[in-house]
Design a binder for this molecule. Structure first.
Ligand code: SF4
Ligand code: SF4
Length: 365
């Protein structure tokens, strides 16, 4: 049974929890054809017997659609590993939800791309770990996966479905980010999202060798501030909450105002959205703040989705910036940043402790 935590006096500026999440990431399966070395899900070649049934998935969609109007991002593992993937996507579309998917791209043949379009999927995000087969295939654990993913991207594009590239920044690819922008341009993407590595799943094993130092992250995010305003597609730093601090510092230095016109959607959102605007549903129905924070807010197998979203102690804690500890708790940027709760959890076992990969010393400390 969940204990109720007293509601925070000072809510996050960017979220209205009553209306439900804005984004739901749903890991339909842990099954996957690749063996990526940074995989969040520690993806398996076989599907798990714990996976939710098709009927249960429909019921969860009903519950979500009755309560909220989020973008539903179907993910995995590799979501196309589920034979009922298109049934689920189509059902969600019919229920009025906006549906997107995140894939490794290698299984998206012309025929599958057509089905993606027919199921009403609005955007396909394909993960690239670098702009060449050398870097990408080594990460993905399968020779030829880069070429296959590019073919998948072309097939998506040919169907007129929006295309996004996702790249997790590590020491292996940090020197190739300009090339990643070029590749994105060449493929006419609608968006490029650059993720900051979170030590979860297989990512834990590569932290020592692949995680950038906090100083290097700071440099990358400063570079990102300049580049994000020069390209003509959406480019976003994801799971790098302190980017929202850097964005404000940079704008102040230059005497710029932060508006949607000048800074895109980054102007109206905040760093970590876990539990405030975003949540994650695992393949067996566990609801978590995000895919990288392995803490359970509830289970859609046992509870209504809306009850978990509104009442879970974990979500209520994440919605109260006054509970965040260490220097993040003292920081004047807490409302726009929050620090990554998953990296804090990995480092200390306490998801409310300070973000370990931010160099900033708050004025109030
Ligand atoms: S805790 Fe927040 S910043 Fe960290 S991975 Fe999850 S959503 Fe991203
Ligand atoms: S100290 Fe924490 S809240 Fe402040 S900018 Fe860094 S990560 Fe964000």
């Amino acid at each position: 049974m969940h204990m109720k935590v007293e509601q925070p006096k000072k809510h996050h500026r960017f979220a209205n929890f009553e209306n439900g999440p804005r984004l739901i990431f749903w890991e339909l399966t842990e099954g996957c054809n690749l063996k990526c070395i940074h995989c969040r899900a520690t993806a398996q070649p076989e599907r798990s017997p714990d996976e939710m049934s098709t009927e249960k998935a429909f019921q969860v969609i009903d519950e979500i659609a009755d309560f909220a109007n989020p973008l539903l991002i179907l993910t995995g593992g590799e979501p196309l590993y589920r034979p009922d993937f298109f049934e689920i996507a189509e059902y969600a579309t019919q229920k009025g939800l906006s549906v997107a998917m995140a894939s490794n791209g290698t299984l998206i043949t012309e025929d599958i791309a057509k089905k993606i379009k027919e199921a009403g999927i609005k955007r396909v995000a394909i993960s690239f770990d670098g702009p060449s087969s050398n870097i990408h295939d080594q990460f993905r654990g399968l020779d030829g996966s880069f070429e296959k993913a590019l073919q998948g991207a072309r097939n998506v594009k040919n169907q007129g479905v929006q295309l996004q590239f996702n790249t997790t920044i590590t020491s292996h690819n940090v020197d190739y980010l300009e090339d990643m922008i070029d590749l994105s341009k060449q493929y006419g993407v609608d968006a490029l999202h650059l993720f900051m590595l979170v030590p979860v799943g297989c990512g834990v094993q590569i932290v020592e060798s692949n995680m950038l130092s906090s100083t290097k992250y700071e440099e990358v995010l400063e570079w990102f501030y300049e580049r994000s305003r020069e390209v003509d597609f959406e480019i976003r730093a994801t799971c790098a909450p302190h980017y929202y601090r850097i964005m404000r510092q940079k704008a102040k230095e230059k005497g710029e105002r932060i508006t949607v016109q000048s800074h895109g959607m980054a102007a109206v959102t905040k760093g970590c959205l876990a539990g405030t605007s975003v949540c994650f549903i695992s393949h067996k129905g566990d609801v978590r703040p995000c895919g990288y924070l392995p803490l359970k807010a509830g289970s859609v197998i046992e509870q209504e989705f809306s009850d978990i979203w509104k009442d879970s102690t974990l979500f209520q804690q994440l919605r109260n910036p006054e509970l965040i500890e260490g220097k993040c708790g003292q920081c004047e940027y807490i409302q726009v940043c929050s620090g990554c709760r998953a990296r804090a959890f990995y480092e200390t076992g306490n998801f409310l402790s300070e973000e370990p990969y931010c160099n900033y010393i708050p004025n109030q400390v």
